[in-house]
Design a protein. Sequence first.
Length: 53
Amino acid sequence: MAKKTVAGYRDKSKAKAFTKVILPIKNPKTGAYTFKEEIVPSDQINDFVKNNK
């Protein structure tokens, strides 16, 4: 009989403090979009978006 795996006892509250942000960036020459992905702390999302426009 197989052993059941048990999840680790890590603190999951810290994992919710980050958000993945995906910004579309339009190339002015071709008009094609590229995407910039970054994992940012949840309280700094607005600053990140303002600085990358």
